[in-house]
Design a protein around this ligand. Sequence first.
Ligand code: ATP
Length: 327
Amino acid sequence: MSHEINNIAVLTSGGDAPGMNAAIRAVTRTALYHGRRVYGVYRGYEGMIENDLVELNTASVKHILAQGGTFLKSARSQEFRTPEGRAKAAQNLKDRDIDALVVIGGDGSFTGALKLADEHGIKVIGVPGTIDNDLYGTDFTIGYDTATNTVIESVDKIRDTASSHNRLFLVEVMGRDTGYIAASTGLATGALSIILPEKKATYEELFADLKSAQAHKKTSNIIMVAEGNHLGDIFEIAAAVRNEFPEMDVKVTTLGHTQRGGSPTTNDRVLASVLGHYAVKGLLEGKQKVMAGMINQKVVFTSLENAISKTTELDEEMLTIAKILAT
Ligand code: ATP
């Protein structure tokens, strides 16, 4: 293994996701195993600019594997978007002889990491940590499995009350730009319709689904709605449905930040542990400006540039199957 890496820093950035702690633990213990010093950066790039770093040892990351959130905390930093902010951040790393950085986050965090690498020669590597599952170069991102399990647990409960009262529930889930959470949880909960950012839904289609449900005498219905859908705000959609179907008892549930919390599932703990481990291994083998991901159960390194700019198409068949099975 190469000896070009001295000290390694790790941070979590952007939206928090369950499993980030497991990834920090894996990065820390793998780096220590290989005889490197490890520093945790608090509050993402904000903390890097403010020199809010702490040296981590084995005990620093004990008992965090099962905890949701991120003990290093996450933040969004405007100052890091400026060259001056990044210069300050890089200097704080260099003062500690830190020449490599593991960034656990989403595409925005990786964009910032690339700039830090290009402008200041820091060796960066990414670990996909976001509940949205919207990164190219990995089948799943850390946090997605836990978030979707949280959604289906809530929707199963909603379904109980929907059935008891003959109600229609519109359920809003996270996904400003992508609808992976809505699509998979819609299929997993038997939603009548799934409304996503990727597809221009129309009221005609939605009303047709509802009429079909009425024709089949369905007694409870769930419509899964991603935040960034094209029909608009969920309360506006509910108003339009009430207007068209005045006889229906229409309710709205917004699951909101419950989707970010909770103890990570087995899948997320395993993914975070493996990718955190390989991020450090990759750095020590000379890899940089790449993201460690998992494709078909194999660890794959994808350039950060591709991870940021390319998209994985939503599996349209999942929507077709959901439609066939729900009516
Ligand atoms: P999520 O997918 O959960 O939203 P993310 O990593 O995409 O995660 P962002 O808020 O987009 O979250 O980015 C996190 C941080 O990365 C920003 O607050 C900013 O400090 C840094 N960053 C994002 N875009 C850039 C950019 N173009 N240049 C420099 N830094 C950036």
